[in-house]
Design a protein around this ligand. Structure first.
Ligand code: NAP
Length: 243
C-alpha cells in the first residue's frame, strides 16, 4: 500500500517544490497534477525519481468538476490499495487588472481556478479520507486574500474564499482526524511573479526580498506531516513580514 500526496499545479513553481519536498522528506508517492504543461510536469516527475522517490502524472483542469471527479474516480479504481493522506490545493492563476477594466471572464476564471478548484479536488478525495479517518489538506491562499490587493479583486476574492472555506471545512472534518489549513504566501519567486518590480518588493516586504519556493515547501511539509496533528483551521502567512 502506497501513502500518496496529491499536489495540484505541481508542474512548476511552488507546487513543484512541494512535490519534491513531500517525496524526499515524507517519503510519499506524489500525484503530480497540471493542466497543460506536460514537459514541465515530466521534469517534476524526473526530479523526484532521480532522488529515489516515486510519482505519477495526473492531468486535469481543477476548475472542471466533471473532469476532476472522473479522473480521481478512475485513479481510486486503479489503485484500490493506496491511500491519499495529503492533498495540497495549490493550482492558481492571476489575471490582474483594475476592477473598472476587469472582464467578467477574467474574474470568473481566477475564482473558478483557485476557489472552485479547491472545492472540486477536495470533494474528490474527501470521502476517501473520511473512510480512512486520516487526512491533511493544505490550501494555497495568499496575502492578497487576507489584505486585499489593488489590481487583484478577482484573485483577492478567490483567495479570501479559500481561507473562509478552509476554516469551515476544518470544523466539519476535525472529528475524522483530518486537518485543513491554509498557507498565505507574500511574494515568492516563480513564473507567476516574473514581472514583479524589485523596488516594490523592497518597499513592501520588511525582509526586503522575495521568498523561495523551497521556503514555502518547508512550511507545507510541516503541515502535511504527523507532527502537525493538532493544528487545524489555521492560516499561516509566509511573507517576509508583510502583515
Ligand atoms: P505558477 O508558477 O504560475 O504555477 C502554476 C501551476 O498551477 C502550474 O503547475 C499550472 O499548470 C497549474 N495550473 C494552473 N491552472 C490550473 C488548472 N486549472 N488546473 C490544474 N493546474 C493548473 O504559480 P506559483 O507561483 O507556483 O503559484 C502556486 C500557488 O501559490 C497559486 O495558487 C498561487 O496563487 C499561490 N501564490 C503564489 C504566490 C507567488 O508569489 N508566487 C504568492 C501567493 C500565493 P501548467 O504548468 O500545466 O500550466
Amino acid at each position: 500500500m502506497k501513502q500518496c500526496a496529491l499536489i495540484t499545479g505541481a508542474s512548476r513553481g511552488i507546487g513543484k517544490a512541494i512535490s519534491e519536498k513531500l517525496s524526499i522528506d515524507l517519503g510519499l508517492h506524489i500525484l503530480i497534477n497540471y493542466i497543460s504543461n506536460e514537459p514541465a510536469a515530466r521534469e517534476t516527475l524526473e526530479s523526484i525519481q532521480s532522488n529515489g522517490g516515486s510519482a505519477e502524472l495526473v492531468q486535469f483542469d481543477v476548475s472542471d468538476s466533471e473532469e476532476v471527479a472522473n479522473t480521481m474516480d478512475q485513479w481510486f479504481k486503479s489503485n484500490p490499495e493506496d491511500q491519499i493522506t495529503v492533498l495540497v490545493n495549490n493550482a492558481g492563476i492571476t489575471r490582474d487588472n483594475l476592477m473598472v477594466f476587469m472582464s467578467e471572464g477574467d474574474f470568473n476564471h481566477v475564482v473558478q481556478t483557485s476557489l472552485n478548484g479547491m472545492f472540486n479536488v477536495s470533494k474528490s478525495v474527501l470521502t476517501h479520507m473520511v473512510r480512512k479517518r486520516y487526512g491533511r489538506i493544505i490550501n494555497m491562499a495568499s496575502i492578497s486574500g487576507l489584505k486585499g490587493m489593488a489590481g487583484q479583486v478577482n484573485y483577492s476574492a478567490a483567495k479570501g474564499g479559500v481561507i473562509a472555506a478552509t476554516k469551515a471545512l476544518a470544523r466539519e472534518v476535525a472529528k475524522r482526524n483530518i486537518t485543513v489549513n491554509a498557507v498565505a504566501p507574500g511574494f515568492i519567486e516563480s513564473e507567476m511573479t516574473d514581472e514583479v518590480d524589485p523596488e516594490l518588493v523592497k518597499n513592501l516586504v520588511p525582509m526586503r526580498r522575495m521568498g523561495t519556493t523551497e521556503e514555502v515547501a518547508q512550511l507545507v511539509k510541516f503541515l502535511a506531516s504527523k507532527d502537525a496533528s493538532y493544528i487545524t483551521g489555521e492560516v499561516i502567512n509566509i511573507s517576509g513580514g508583510i502583515i
